[in-house]
Structure formats: C-alpha cells, structure tokens
Design a protein around this ligand. Structure first.
Ligand SMILES: O=P(O)(O)OC[C@@H](O)[C@@H](O)c1c[nH]c2ccccc12
Length: 278
C-alpha cells in the first residue's frame, strides 16, 4: 500500500510539504492512542536531558577533530532504502565506540522508515545526547521526543514561520532539551539567529528539491555568527567532505548514509575524525 502523501496533495508541491502532510496524519493517529495529558505525565518520569549543546560545542577548535553526529536512517526520499538496520541499538553502540558526540534518530515513518521505537532503542543503548530527527510541526511531537528520552530535536526553519519557530524553541528549552535549528539559505540562517538558536545547522541538501551540493556549506558558513554552534549537515560520502566542512569552521558534522551503509561504522567514524584533525 502506498502510504505516502504525494507532495502535490499538500498544495504547494515541494517534497517537504508532502512529507509534512503525512507527518500530520500519522501524528493524529498517535495522539488518539496517547493523549497529550498522558504524555505530559510520562515526561515527568523521564531522566533530565543530557547537555547536547556542550557535546557539540568547540569542535572547530578541537585538535581532536570535529564532532560527529551519527544518524540512524533506514531510507530517504532521495535515495530510497539505504540499510535495513534490524538493531538500531547495535548501530548506536558502534557509533559511540567510534567516537560520535551525539546520535540522530529518524522517527518519520513514511519516507525514512523510522519510528519512536528506534528512538527508544537508541536511548537505552548509549549515554550520548540523542537527537529526535523528525518534521516537528506540533507541540505534541516535542512532548513525545522528551517522553522517549531525546535530548535534542530538529527545527527546520523552512517548515515553520517565525512565530512557531520561536514558540517551539522556547518549548524545547522548557522541556530541558536543545534544538538543532536547520537552515539551507542565508535568509533561513538569519531567521534562526533572530529567534535565538544556539545550534545552527546548514543542510547542504535542499529539502524542497532534494538537490545536494557539499560546496553549499562553504558558501553559507560566512553567514553563521561566531557564537552559535555550527553544524554541517548531509552529503558526506567520505573523510574528505568531513575535512572540508571542518576546515570551514563546522563544530560538528551530521552524517547518515555514509555510516548506515558502512560495514564498520566505528572505523568509518575514526577515519572521519582523523581527517578533520587540524
Ligand atoms: O544521509 P546524509 O546525506 O549523510 O544526511 C544526513 C542528514 O543530514 C540528513 O538525513 C538530514 C538533515 N536534515 C534532515 C531533515 C529531515 C530529514 C533528514 C535530514
């Protein structure tokens, strides 16, 4: 059964809008199962979030090499199926062994084959900060993230107006979490900074068209203020791209496909960080 909501159904035709339409449908189903009040009660019983900001800050000046956020991602709109990942906990442990500074977990179902069960498995497996990677468009999803032990969440500037961006950033902090605020353009970087983002990511993949250009990080890096933690996202196919991002001032690099497809992700991580050492 094709469970995907065609982008055209969202009315504006971009890939991002199509994904968000599906996210909203799936969210309503989960909300019927676990009402917001129950989720709030669960949040009260979860250990406090780990400090994701501290884990990612400083990579640009660290002789030990740039930080790596290692991602658990089975599939993507641009590439389809990437890896089965039957045991996300085992993959997360390999990431930790390889020196990852944080683990990102896709929880979006239709295009990334992710789930909250993946988040639970990774949370139980590592004592690193864990990022819930999803299309966060409703308060309920932030409570879900915390209730399932996430320390960080993703905020996609292109998916949110300034009011919601500001409100969701405040909610993230109220819950004790930190946000990776993701931009693609200079204008989106400016919006992220204006709402007070402490961690700003530049995704070299345009989520509206799926085009990927690793040179895009270098083009955008000069627009990143010195006092934010800078993340380069996507497009890593080997150590050279990690080294390039690091040379352009990234504190951390977010890597998915190259790691989930590698038979020895811990060793791959070791090569990535070695390549970035100043
Ligand atoms: O698989 P890659 O090219 O290494 O990319 C990882 C990560 O940057 C990418 O999965 C990502 C970045 N921002 C997102 C937002 C939604 C979904 C996915 C993403």
């Amino acid at each position: 059964m094709n469970t995907e909501t065609p982008a055209s159904a969202a009315g504006t035709g971009t890939v991002l809008d199509g994904i968000i339409a599906g996210v909203r449908e799936d969210l309503q189903a989960r909300r019927a199962e676990v009402p917001l009040a129950e989720l709030r009660a669960r949040v009260a019983d979860v250990p406090l979030a780990l400090d994701g900001l501290a884990a990612l800050r400083g990579g640009r000046d660290d002789a030990a090499g740039v930080r790596i956020i290692s991602e658990v991602k089975r599939s993507s709109p641009s590439k389809g199926s990437l890896a089965e990942i039957p045991d996300p906990a085992e993959l997360a442990r390999a990431y930790q062994a390889g020196g990852a500074s944080a683990v990102s977990v896709l929880t979006e179902r239709r295009r990334f084959a992710g789930s909250l069960a993946d988040l639970d498995a990774v949370r139980a497996a590592v004592d690193l900060p864990v990022l819930r990677k999803d299309f966060m468009v409703d308060e309920y999803q932030f409570l879900e993230a915390r209730a399932h032990g996430a320390d960080l969440v993703l905020l996609i500037v292109a998916a949110l107006d300034d009011t919601r961006l500001r409100d969701f950033l405040a909610l993230t902090h109220e819950l004790g979490m930190e946000a990776l605020v993701e931009a693609h353009t200079e204008e989106e970087i400016s919006r992220a900074v204006d709402v007070g983002a402490r961690i700003v990511g530049v995704n070299v993949r345009n989520l509206k068209t799926l085009d990927v250009d690793v040179a895009h990080y270098g083009t955008m890096a000069r627009h990143l203020p010195d006092d934010v933690v800078r993340i380069a996202e996507s497009g890593v196919d080997g150590p050279d791209v990690v080294a390039d991002y690091a040379s352009r001032g990234a504190d951390a690099v977010l890597v998915g496909e190259a790691l989930v497809r590698d038979g020895d992700p811990a060793a791959a991580l070791g090569r990535f960080r070695a390549a970035s050492r100043s």
